[in-house]
Design a protein around this ligand. Sequence first.
Ligand SMILES: *Cc1c(COP(=O)(O)O)cnc(C)c1O
Length: 388
Amino acid sequence: MTKAEFPTPLPLATPALGEPYLLTPGPLTTSKATKEAMLRDWGSWDGAFNRVTAEVRQHLLHMAGVQDDSFACVPLQGSGSYSVEAALATAIPRDGKALVLMNGAYGQRATKTLEYLGRAFITLDKGDYLPPQPDEVDALLKANPDVTHVFLVHCETSSGILNPLRAIADVVKAHGKRLIIDAMSTFGAVPVTVDDIAFDVLVSSANKCIEGIPGFGFVIIRRSVLEAAKGRANSLSLDLYEQWVYMERTGQWRFTPPTHSVVAFHKALEQHANEGGVQGRLARYTRNRDVLVSGMRELGFRTLLEDCWLSPIITTFFCPEHPDFQFMRFYDELKTRQFIIYPGKLTQAESFRIGCIGQIDEYVVHQLLRAIADSLIAMGVDMRKTPD
Ligand SMILES: *Cc1c(COP(=O)(O)O)cnc(C)c1O
């Protein structure tokens, strides 16, 4: 490919001079406006900050299609896993039992969390790259009537697979069970609304598709589930019920909030709305993914997943079997060209991942493809010479 074939980058997505693009599933490249929102300090008890918190909670409920008070949004300090842990402890009674649908690291982490919490569970483990199928879930729920909750990762970020949420939600509902969704890496970019998907609990965080900075997660949870959860948590600081009660009563976070992160997120939500909300963001990420996948295939790379399971969030590519290809060298070559990619997380094959989310657009992806082509040349990797 020649330089002339690549469009010029748009000013929208250019990070500060020398700052790399983060093509990772969070933390990711944020906008200048989002970063600038952090240039002042906020009192955690102050009315102005409480208003920011209230608007953030309201905006998130709106994004989930909540129109009445049947659901609440409870933000919680920490990374996304803290919110998953708090949500599992809140939603699942101590004598409950979960079915965890696994096809990667985040499903596995949920089972580990349930072990810590002392909640019983069974699993459906599909390995690295296959989705759990609705009929498999149906059969497991028939065979295990004592299961009370089903846990599904919407996009399993360790491979990038987009799991069939709606079909599985329908099965769970038909069995009268409760659904907990880890929508960490999809919420804000793939539509999930309460009228469309029957769920009790949805968990996401600040630094994924809404393009904030790390610092907190949030749980969109059926109010009746929260109300039944007093005293259920295993941990003081991860008690979602207490966080909710305190926030409802005072407008404040129960313990020190990540003030700058919340204010940056508020700014990021404004930009999300200006981009056309969930649909606008989905359109941009999908273009990023399409340009990335077709460009990488032209360069000779193969995707882990079949096209029908590719998410617009992150894509896993196999490392080429060329003797001169080493991931760390490739990573460093790309880093000198201002792109940070992500190692793979597969149990079997050597792989790496490239994110499509954050403040990047298709022009940046074209730049990335040129950087990848240059890196391969620098490494002496000519994939056209590799036998299939
Ligand atoms: C990012 C992510 C999480 C949370 O990971 P943290 O490192 O705790 O933020 C959980 N599930 C999925 C699917 C994710 O992508």
